[in-house]
Design a protein around this ligand. Structure first.
Ligand code: TEU
Ligand code: CA
Length: 602
């Protein structure tokens, strides 16, 4: 029997503060802006809010580069504003999770300033410093590629050594081998928990333990200067030891909710290790495999692929900014894999299809070509998302069915460091190989149009006024072109809108624990239009989701395409984007493009 917990039934709403709501007209979303929208969030059916980072930061990676963990960046407000936000959240019976980014700091953090000041700084060993190598061509300590392009090593002329940064050069990696670093992290956690935070989302928490010696990665992308090295930092040798220490020293003393962000991992057993109750580490993690479904895996020039080193360590890094068309059977396979894993005793996962690093789900998995299909497929994705096992995460704007920016956007419109660096890398390479000043970049722009992290970071569309009602000033990033037709104001009170549909979906999820805890069984795995599965608690309720993931009509026979037994369960439709609510499950179901129905047994 399933162990039940409040953090399993939670409905978590992720806020990207910079782009949520600007209360003072400086063009940047802020804490007071969030506080003023709490009724909107509560009304949606949310029980927990997760805030992306709001700490003091030079914003080289939009706050995932922290200069002071105990201060709010003045752009977002003050600690007192945060206290007020927390109070408002708690008054409405919700909880507040903070983002804990402790694999790396900003290079402007006091720890790094001290560490880089001299070879003998007491904080020297808080980061990874290496002298130049003499036995290779580059002089670099190893050949790893940064997740934001280029080398992971940055030379610091001050001490003539290199420091490690898996992401931007302004995000030096902390050395978790040093117990003082760990104590400092526990202190930060206690600071926020004591101030009232209800838990943490932990950024790239599975890369905090690096393989000793930081060995060169095998050549998996011939012709590239730097190679994907995730096999030497993802799920490293001491990661579970560190997390158990975190648990015993901090987490065990509070009633918290914790979720680990765990990229570069497609092996379910490896992820399970973090969340099994016997592990005493985290409540849940975010599997990444579905987010990689539309990343190219065969074009070795543009992507990494699952590769192994001589000791069998696996590299599951995917290049995320190029697009390939995915097939429904591939998607079903991945969803089933992780939904089934979640049934293994004690494993728990965070279920999401959007966040601040991902393009909009309606553009990737639905159909945003015309308004009508956008509404309809966004609702289908709500059925899909809200009927899966795990703790549910909804990203700001997902509840409105917001889509990606249009193809007409130029590279200047994509401010994210990942988009910018990727574009520059390819542009320079092509300039060299073709000799042209303006090489063809259409494929890269198409990739960004489908996949860039920027889409999620477009300021929220609140109404049809100038700047989408996000700010009275100049927004830090341009608003979406469609904000006059797609915005919260239009959808509030519209019974047929995406927002109302999401509210209904979340209400149904709350009333039917089978949707949170039930076992998952997939039907018709190779069908290229139909996505259907049941969720079932033993000797209890059954739920059935039936969706047409295509732009063609679809006729299905329940006994042939699904299972004849379903017809005996008196399944009644509780949620549908095609007006089928209240209907009993019958042998023949006719589904228009992107139709979705959720049935529950009486
Ligand atoms: O993301 C980790 C991560 O592995 C990716 O999603 C990464 O951002 C992507 O591959 C780059 O194209 C987390 C945060 O969610 C992300 O916003 C940060 O940039 C990153 O860590 C570094 O802190
Ligand atoms: Ca502001």
């Amino acid at each position: 029997t399933e162990h039940k917990a409040w953090w399993k039934t939670a409905i978590i709403y992720q806020i990207y503060p910079t782009s949520f709501y600007d209360s003072n007209g400086d063009g940047i979303g802020d804490l007071n802006g969030i506080t003023s929208k709490l009724d909107y969030i509560k009304d949606l059916g949310v029980t927990v809010i997760w805030l992306s980072p709001i700490y003091k930061s030079p914003l080289a990676d939009m706050g995932y580069d922290i200069a002071d963990y105990r201060q709010i960046d003045p752009r977002y407000g003050t600690l007192e504003d945060w206290d007020r936000l927390l109070k408002g959240v708690h008054e409405r019976g919700m909880k507040l999770m903070m983002d804990l980014v402790v694999n790396h700091t900003s290079d402007e953090h006091g720890w790094f300033i001290s560490s880089s000041s001299s070879l003998t700084s007491p904080k020297r060993d808080w980061y990874f410093w290496r002298p130049p190598r003499t036995d290779n061509k580059t002089g670099l300590p190893n050949n790893w590629k940064s997740l934001f392009e280029g080398s992971v090593w940055q030379h610091d002329p001050n001490t003539a050594e290199y420091y490690l940064h898996l992401w931007d050069k302004k995000q030096p990696d902390l050395n978790w081998e040093n117990p003082d670093v760990r104590e400092a992290v526990w202190d930060i956690m206690k600071f926020w928990l004591d101030r009232g935070s209800d838990g943490f989302r932990m950024d790239v928490i599975n890369v905090i333990s690096k393989t000793p010696g930081l060995p060169d990665a095998p050549i998996t992308e011939p012709g590239e200067t730097y190679q994907s090295g995730s096999m030497y930092y993802a799920n490293g040798p001491r990661v579970h030891e560190f997390l158990r220490e975190m648990h015993s020293k901090v987490l065990s003393k509070y009633d918290t909710i914790t979720v680990g962000e765990t990229p570069f991992t497609h092996d379910p057993d490896v992820l399970a290790q973090y969340t099994l109750p016997s592990s005493n580490e985290l409540h849940m993690v975010f599997p990444f495999e579905l987010m990689h479904i539309d990343a190219p895996i065969t074009n070795r020039e543009l992507s990494s692929f699952e590769a192994k080193d001589q000791d069998g360590r696996v590299d599951a890094e995917r290049f995320e900014l190029m697009y390939r068309k995915w097939k429904l059977d591939e998607m079903k396979k991945i969803v089933e894999k992780w939904q089934l894993l979640k049934m293994k005793e004690g494993f728990w996962g965070g279920t999401y299809i959007e966040n601040h690093d991902q393009a909009r789900s309606v553009s990737r998995f639905g159909n945003d070509s015309v308004d009508e299909l956008q509404v309809h497929s966004a609702k289908m994705l709500a059925v899909f998302h809200a009927s899966q096992r795990g703790t549910l995460y909804v990203f700001q704007g997902q509840e409105l069915g917001l889509k990606n920016a249009p193809r007409s956007w130029k590279i200047e419109d994509y401010p994210d460091v990942a988009s910018q660096n990727w574009y520059k890398k390819v542009f320079e390479e092509r300039r060299k190989t073709t000799g042209e000043d303006h090489p063809d970049m259409d494929d890269v722009m198409e990739g960004l149009h489908m996949k860039a992290r920027d889409h999620a970071r477009i300021p929220m569309s609140w109404d049809s006024s100038k700047h989408a009602g996000f700010t009275t000033g100049t927004p830090w990033m341009r608003v979406n072109n469609d904000h006059q037709t797609w915005n919260a104001a239009k959808q509030i009170g519209d019974e047929n809108g995406v927002l109302s549909f999401w509210k209904k979906a979340l209400k149904i999820r709350k009333e039917n624990e089978v949707l949170v805890y039930g076992n998952f069984t997939l039907f018709a795995p190779t069908h290229q239009q139909l996505f259907a599965y049941t969720r079932k608690v033993s000797k209890g309720t059954t739920a059935l989701a039936v969706m047409n993931f295509s732009k063609e009509d679809l006729m299905i026979s329940v006994s042939k395409d699904l299972s004849p037994q379903l017809l005996q369960l008196e399944l009644s439709c509780v949620l549908s984007n095609a007006g089928s609510e209240g209907e009993l499950l019958k042998e023949d179901i006719s589904l228009k493009p992107y139709d979705a129905r959720l049935y529950i047994s009486g």
